[in-house]
Design a protein around this ligand. Sequence first.
Ligand SMILES: Cc1cc2nc3c(=O)[nH]c(=O)nc-3n(C[C@H](O)[C@H](O)[C@H](O)COP(=O)(O)OP(=O)(O)OC[C@H]3O[C@@H](n4cnc5c(N)ncnc54)[C@H](O)[C@@H]3O)c2cc1C
Length: 422
Amino acid sequence: MSQQSLHYQLVIVGSGPAGLAAARAASHSARSILLIDDNPRPGGQIWRHGPGHPPTAALSQALEVLRHPAVRYLSGTRILGALGPQCLLLEDDRHAWQLHFEQLILCCGAQELLLPFPGWTLPGVTGAGGLQALLKNGLQVSGKSLVIAGSGPLLLASAASARQAGARVLRVLEQAPLSSLLGFAGQLWRWPDKLAQALQLATTAYRCNAHVLEALGQQQVEAVRIRQGRRTEEIPCDLLACGFGLVPNSRLANHLGCRLEHGAIVVDSEQRSSLPQVYAAGECTGIGGRELAEIEGQIAGFAASGQLQRASALIRQRRHWQGFAARLQRHFELQASVLQLARADTLLCRCEDVAYGAVASAANWTTAKLQQRCGMGACQGRVCANAAQRLFGWEPAPPRLPLVPARIASLMLDGAPPDTAD
Ligand SMILES: Cc1cc2nc3c(=O)[nH]c(=O)nc-3n(C[C@H](O)[C@H](O)[C@H](O)COP(=O)(O)OP(=O)(O)OC[C@H]3O[C@@H](n4cnc5c(N)ncnc54)[C@H](O)[C@@H]3O)c2cc1C
């Protein structure tokens, strides 16, 4: 098969709300747009669908942009790294190819923050957003008892999905104190849809100022020890879903050399990053929810395709939703107690079996990697690098090519998809 390279005016990475909105906005003016996602299906996290979970009406509407003649979509496609300032190396399950672009919009979304606690690697323990994703992919939980813990609105969304799938949700444990939650709830009138959503998801199983201490069990989680206020309690359960909020997915941006702050891609009013040819939108620029992601995506799409007036018309709307994002950050800030759950023998890096105690005194992330292999396993630090950043303040060094495990043939640029001549 001959080697081929692709050339597009605009490349968008991520087909969640931000990426689809960026493509729609840019399609009014851009000559050629390529949308890439490493997932097999478009929609990102909030619009994830799968067996038994058909696409929502909102997703179906957002997907209409894929029918536009200037837009092409590649699913299940991984970015291995940059070959130059305007060239990426990609692969899918069969092919690899070079991709040249004039402008790039990163809409890489967020990752769930998983913090280590004793027992967190037992089968039956997942993230809260992770449980959502598993349910949408067909995980059966009917009749199972479940505890959900951690922080943020995703806990309630996850609980609602699990209940709908037939699970018995015993508790939803939010680490933030009551005063913070009341402060948050008291301001929700400014975002009426969010208020309505919160009321719809509310459950009597919800407890604030409460967090997990330990997952207990031999082969599988059998119970969870929790703290609520000053009280400690043991709750028998079949499943535990625990996530401590979301963190921006800025790995690709870090690799490309974009400036980051607190793990998020720094952007200007037009969503342009510190690199002139790279824009960013959605939760990779900061956690803010679907609405903010969509508005930022539109601004980035308009700006990257030269429609600056249309971009600036959305700035007020973005400010409104940035206000919601700021309150989310403030009121669900992690308490010191949940940053101290790991014991010395608790695994931090579950791929390479590296215990918390083995790296706690390391000077930085690079030392932890080189001396203990922390973050050097199959997931390449996707889980433990975020945890280490939160626990120790370590900034990860820019990752190098290949960003994900890749075929040797791909690294040699062997082959190209037969239908991608451009
Ligand atoms: C696990 C999880 C579950 C969530 N569930 C909900 C929920 O149920 N309800 C809710 O309101 N919010 C949920 N959220 C929050 C949700 O992420 C946002 O509100 C919203 O989806 C953000 O949109 P986005 O476009 O910024 O990112 P996303 O929707 O996350 O989309 C980003 C897309 O980019 C792709 N991507 C990332 N990096 C690359 C790469 N290098 N190469 C190719 N593709 C890439 C990802 O696979 C993903 O499809 C969840 C978040 C997470 C992390």
